[in-house]
Design a protein around this ligand. Sequence first.
Ligand code: XIL
Length: 350
Amino acid sequence: MTRSKIILCRSAALIAVLSSVAPAQTLRELAQKRGVLIGTAHSGRTSDTEYLDLMGREFNQVEAENATKFGPIHPAEDSYNFAPVDTMVEYAAAHKMRVRGHVFVWHNQNPKWITDGGLSPEQLAAALQKHIATVGGRYRGKIFAWDVVNEAFLDNGSLRDTVWLNKPGIGLNGTKYMEKSFRWAREADPDAKLFYNDYSAEGVNAKSDAIYEMAKDFKKRGVPIDGIGLQAHLRLSAAGNLASIEANIKRITELGLQVHITELDVRIPVDASGKASESDIEAQAKLYGAVASICLKYPLCTSIQTWGFTDKYSWIPRTYPGFGAALLLDRAFQPKPAYKALLDALAATK
Ligand code: XIL
């Protein structure tokens, strides 16, 4: 045996001994102990094996960042693009991860045949029902929770004007089109947990009030809704809103609904090379920890999911110029203080 091989063997043995004494704690190990899910959006970079390995090591839930949206998965009336989703579902099974589905009804990333196809309200309703039945049905038993509707309210609490509500809409007023969608989703997969998902609705405000009222009404009338997804695309200023975020999570769970934190990231200012200040990186870590700790206080807050896990593939820099560094690991996959803060929050005793 060469000297370098001996050293390699020795260090492998040492690692084995160390890990049997003090097993490495990953996010998913700690989350499992707490009985919560820790998830990430999957960017679809299936050729980056380091990325895939880390994702499987750290998370026990995954959600496609784009592949399950209407346009990507159903680009033409008679054509579906299931392959990327099938690949993700197989990856998740191999890594014992749950899969969240995102999303059936949204105003963005719809295909042209829906938005510009000249469909009548009746045709549009039939197309949506068929879409939900086909996609929901295909992944029945494989996708455990679906965002049925995404971002249907404006920040002032009124309903967003979308191709589903209007132009020409599926022919139902107010929140009725969402009610229908939830019923269709339940038919497609009776066991999937069904969520309404939105942004800027983490704290108590006009938008989250409107969502709360709809959810309460749905619960009262037996419309099949199981939870509210709080996206949580945050800025550091959210640190001043934590009491309000907690109050909102509390009131939702008091309705008997689950809360999933679905798209957590904390964007901070970066320079031209993508670098953020140390103090912002520390403040970001605190915010990640605080949001996770709030969720962990409520047994019905059952999932904490970040919108990606490495700054290498975050949507933030291309969406919010001047901002970045929003996730747990840096672009070289090195853990940032935010990663440690999330670990600590998960490890903390109740
Ligand atoms: C974003 C993706 O991250 C981007 O890759 C894509 O270009 C646009 O959509 N709220 C949502 C997500 O519900 O679907 C969005 O994802 C981010 C905001």
